[in-house]
Design a protein around this ligand. Structure first.
Ligand code: FE2
Length: 249
């Protein structure tokens, strides 16, 4: 199995390691997922399956209501998994590959199924990360410690970062995602269309917001700006810090 971290020995990787070394000591984070990529690196013996949420469906209310969370998890996320499993069962060269292997090497996937893997593998990976980077609402939640310092160093201030991230989320035409990633030069804000994952372009996501309408429409209807503005209250910054620390390890 090839993990993105193992695709190394490049100037890019060295840069990332320098960035992480400069930005992180060990984080005491019992109960947090290890690395973003580790979410997607598990060997697949039989088929992909829906992971449980790390909280109840109503835990994020009122920012995200319970019905939205339940439908999002059991219908939309499950749907991507079902479609991905169907594709893998039809294309023997994909058997046993992890999500990381699939998404890091889309060009090596047979053209006839590449788009299906990109959309549904990405949909599975993106939602796995999305559930992990949220928690019950906190009014004044913001990054602290090394993550807070890294954000301030890169973007000038947390407020500037929020503005840039929000602009990416609002500027994504149609369905997609906005991300905070570890890229060649450290932290970056990027947006992706549909279910594309930054890992397919060599960047490791550590925070992402789903701006598909299915993520917010029941509560916010067309008001994506209100959803994005409220969403900051449910960001699990300790988990994001852990993902940053592990991004180049
Ligand atoms: Fe979604």
């Amino acid at each position: 199995m090839t993990s993105p971290q193992a695709c190394s020995a490049s100037p890019q990787t060295t840069s990332r390691r320098d960035f992480i070394r400069a930005s992180g000591g060990a984080l005491a984070a019992v109960g947090l997922a290890g690395s973003a990529s580790s979410l997607w690196a598990a060997p697949v013996e039989d088929s992909f399956s829906l992971p449980s949420l790390p909280y109840a469906y109503d835990a994020l209310a009122p920012v995200i209501d319970a019905q939205t969370m339940m439908i999002h998890h059991t219908k939309h996320h499950q749907g991507y998994i079902n479609n991905l499993n169907a594709v893998v069962s039809q294309e023997s060269s994909l058997a046993g590959k992890s999500l990381v292997e699939l998404l890091k090497h889309l060009d090596s996937i047979p053209a006839a199924v590449r788009t299906a893997v990109r959309n549904n593998g990405g949909g599975h990976a993106n939602h796995m990360l999305f559930w992990q980077v949220m928690q019950a609402p906190r009014e004044a939640g913001k990054p602290s410690g090394k993550l807070g310092e890294a954000i301030a160093s890169k973007f000038g201030s947390f407020a500037n970062f929020k503005e840039q991230f929000t602009k990416a989320a609002m500027g994504q035409f149609g369905s997609g995602w906005a991300w905070l990633v570890v890229g060649d030069g450290g932290l970056e804000v990027v947006a992706t269309a549909n279910q594309d994952n930054p890992i397919s372009t060599g960047k490791t996501p550590i925070l992402g917001i789903d701006v598909w309408e299915h993520a917010y429409y029941l509560n916010y209807q067309n008001r994506r700006a209100d959803y994005v503005d409220a969403w900051w209250k449910v960001v699990n910054w300790e988990q994001v810090a852990m993902f940053m620390q592990k991004a180049a390890s």
